[in-house]
Design a protein around this ligand. Structure first.
Ligand code: ACM
Length: 519
């Protein structure tokens, strides 16, 4: 890990040197162009010269339904500006203003952001759209807005209009809490960063062979012994129901919906260590700390299995306000094909029984019960006949092709953490595909979005999460949000290069890819 730390330190030094070398007489850097935003907005119309200047007199005004969003924005703008930025009722006259207004069109998540010399207006049909507009506004201010301490400079925003709305309704990230437990504080820090790029779902992989990370009251031994050791014995821990609900609330305030996953019928060794009756022979297996996959299976012929599964789904559904409950279903190599289908035929409808849309890895489409489910494609091929047939039958799809969207894979052979079974994934690889045409027979409108999974076999702390997620997470976020017509590597890499100093200012340990010209 030492090389890892040193290379990060060198990268950080390289990023700060050009700033130090800037002559004192140079003009202050301009505010970012409206076209610099990540993910690229649907429509940008600059109005040169119509600059807004944020000053000590600026107020944030909002209708009551937008007040929380206004307060978050003001909290984010105060540290670097040092301004009071009071949050006031929309009706109060006077003062230069950032105004958050509800009404108009653009769907649930779209917004219009207008910058004139007098006012910045964000208008949206719903609060989620207003929140998205505030994420854009942060990127239109000079990068020093991300400083944690006061910076004396002009806080200008270039004039013009951005009309924006998402290409896909589902723009996801996934974090694996099973192979290594990540604390609620780490999960919240990740939510803060992904929501900046308008990612609106966080899928938590809560159970696997090495650990069970969510309290289930009817099966309490699952989380006795800290929920299992994790890989190399370095990842014990679990979420209490109160902690899980607190994460759900924290995410919701940032317009991120939590998607819980309990993986079955494979990836269940930790559950079987706690409850040997979940094996067919009733013998508890030893706890596992290695990274093998595909060796464990629930006992498909046992009614105890279905009592367990229903209890878990019921308790998790009750804790989860979001629409999706992910039941895994991947790599069940220790379950026969016939048993697998028998299991899914019974379990997919159980998710619906508790009011949620069933969601699983693409193997679930072996069962006809997946017709009303969402399947997450994680293959490395560009054909999957089973999934394509399910799509023709109604199944919706989230695209996470492992050789493009798996942000736990190494960038190149020198990457100190991460796996490489799906290949090396540099930023350009993560960006260079189209969710609607990647997989034969799986096109819009069956595709509801994209997700960037981050598995934790080699992760230990928040720095590791950040190093693998950034800058690839924004690449996947842009594929999910921006119109296909805007997809352009030269544009994206230039925008990333300009964004890098913001991560540095926020203390985010991103990977300074040599493919990007970092400013
Ligand atoms: C997976 O990567 N096994 C879904």
């Amino acid at each position: 890990m030492a090389n890892h730390v040193i290379s990060r330190a060198l990268a950080a030094a390289a990023l700060t040197l050009p700033l130090v070398a800037t002559p004192a007489t140079a003009a202050p850097p301009q505010a970012p162009a409206l076209s610099s935003v990540i993910p690229a907005p649907a429509q940008v119309t600059p109005a040169p010269g119509a600059t807004f200047r944020l000053t000590a007199l600026t107020a944030v005004k909002a209708a009551p339904a937008a007040r929380k969003i206004a307060e978050q924005l003001a909290r984010e703008l105060r540290p670097a500006t040092g301004y009071a930025l009071p949050v006031l009722p929309a009706t109060l006259p006077g003062l230069p203003t950032i105004s958050l207004q509800l009404g108009g069109t653009g769907g649930r998540e779209g917004y219009t952001l207008t910058v004139t010399p007098k006012q910045v207006t964000i208008r949206a049909a719903a609060p989620a759209g207003l929140y998205n507009g505030t994420r854009t506004l942060l990127q239109l201010l000079p990068k020093e807005i991300d400083s944690r301490t006061v910076v004396r400079r002009a806080w200008t925003i270039n004039g013009g209009t951005i009309k924006d709305l998402p290409r896909y309704a589902y723009r996801g990230a996934m974090l694996d809490l099973a192979r290594h437990f990540h604390t609620p504080a780490e999960v919240k820090a990740y939510i803060d960063e992904i929501s900046r790029f308008k990612v609106n779902y966080l899928h938590l992989h809560l159970t696997d062979d090495q650990g069970w990370r969510i309290r289930i009251d009817s099966w309490p031994r699952l989380t006795a012994g800290d929920g299992g050791p994790g890989v190399d014995g370095e990842g014990p821990g679990f979420l209490t129901k109160a902690e899980y609900s607190d994460i759900v609330r924290y995410a919701a305030a940032r317009y991120v919906t939590i998607v819980p996953e309990v993986d079955m019928p494979g990836h269940v060794n930790a559950a079987q260590v706690a409850y040997p009756e979940l094996t067919c022979d009733g013998v508890a297996p030893p706890p596992r700390t290695d990274t093998e996959v595909g060796y464990s299976s629930l006992c498909i012929s046992s009614e105890t299995t279905y009592r367990f599964v229903e209890d878990v789904i019921r308790e998790l559904a009750a804790l989860t306000p979001g629409p999706y409950l992910h039941i895994g279903g991947d790599e069940a190599h220790a379950t026969s094909e016939a048993d697998y289908v028998t299991f899914q035929n019974r379990v997919l409808p159980l998710v619906k029984k508790y009011g949620k849309t069933a969601y699983g890895w693409n193997e679930i489409t072996k069962s006809p019960a997946a017709a009303t489910a969402v399947a997450q494609f994680w293959g490395t091929t560009t054909t999957n006949p089973t999934l394509a047939a399910a799509v023709a039958n109604g199944t919706k799809v989230v695209m996470s092709p492992a050789n493009k969207a798996y942000i736990d894979q190494k960038y190149d052979p020198s990457t100190p953490i991460g796996l490489s079974w799906a290949g090396y994934i540099e930023v350009r690889d993560a960006y260079g595909w189209d969710p609607a045409t990647h997989l034969a027979g799986v096109t819009d409108p069956a595709v509801i979005g994209v997700e960037a999974p981050l598995w934790s076999e080699t992760l230990r702390d928040l720095d590791d999460i950040e190093f693998l997620a950034f800058p690839r997470l924004p690449a996947i976020a842009e594929l999910g949000w921006s119109p296909a017509a805007t997809h352009d590597w030269d544009s994206f890499s230039a925008r990333l290069g300009a964004y890098g100093p913001r991560w540095t200012l926020r203390g985010i340990d991103f990977y300074p890819s040599p493919q990007v010209d970092w400013q």
